[in-house]
Design a protein around this ligand. Sequence first.
Ligand code: C2E
Ligand code: MG
Ligand code: MG
Ligand code: MG
Length: 287
Amino acid sequence: AAKNKGRNMYCFFTPAMQQKVETHMHIAQDLHQALEDEQFIVYYQPIVDLARRDKVVKAEALIRWLHPSRGMIMPLDFISVAEETGIINDIGDWIFKQAAQQTRRWQQDYLTDFQIGVNKSPVQFHSQDGLHRHWTDYLRGLHMPADSVVIEITEGLLLDDSHNTAKKLLHFKECGIQVAIDDFGTGYSALSYLKKFHIEFLKIDQSFTRNLAPGSSDLALCEAIIVMAHKLGIKVIAEGIETRQQRDFLAQAGCDYGQGYLFAKPMPAGDFEQLLKAQQYTADTDE
Ligand code: C2E
Ligand code: MG
Ligand code: MG
Ligand code: MG
């Protein structure tokens, strides 16, 4: 047994690990080609106004990678690799521009104040210095207001201020680009930062919305977050709403917006447009 143990010490890679490392390497290599060949697709998931009969008023842009041989690859399977290789900045730039152009068209055709959420990982956020200027210039070029875009960042970014996060967020704010804290509640929520940073939205993580029931601690937490956020002038979006019951609990608690499979899954731009069209038609016939 001792011998076995000794041997194992030199066995750094199990086959599973080996497989993982290889996949990782392939992904890193393929990402450059993907960008060149435009293999990425932007999916859009509706965000609804809970106080206006679940009207679709915003969307979140979510990246997908249609790989020529591996098929559809989800963001969690390649974003971290893209961050390590640095190509995340180019990908982030691409998705921002795609989403902005699309949003412009939807603002013109359906909803003048339609807003789009774009995710920014901490690596991206810190490695691009003049991002706020670059983004506002681009939006101005499209003749759209800067507050058409909401940048979604995670809590972790706010905890460590060694990179001047507060200052960078203030730059976005001054330019008119809004900020949402994504996956709220999953990090080490130091509530003091909500006061320190200029934030327009909190997105309650789906781990809280999943188990909502009368008297549950998750419901108490959601209610408390909503009250606190509102007192600070922050609007709340609940993520991962899958059932009518969850939706009703959150609406009852005063939650402003909802996002989740109950309303719709993330979808290609064409399908999203059909949704906006149908909604406009219903609104017209209602009046
Ligand atoms: P996120 O920003 O928190 O996005 C929400 C995720 O929850 C999406 O997964 C969405 O499809 C999923 N979701 C929405 N409603 C429901 C629901 O009712 N039930 C369940 N079970 N899931 C729901 P997705 O698209 O796989 O994205 C995962 C994460 O990848 C995102 O989490 C975000 O952190 C990251 N990501 C996506 N697109 C980008 C991007 O363009 N740039 C960066 N940096 N990260 C991105
Ligand atoms: Mg997000
Ligand atoms: Mg989220
Ligand atoms: Mg998430």
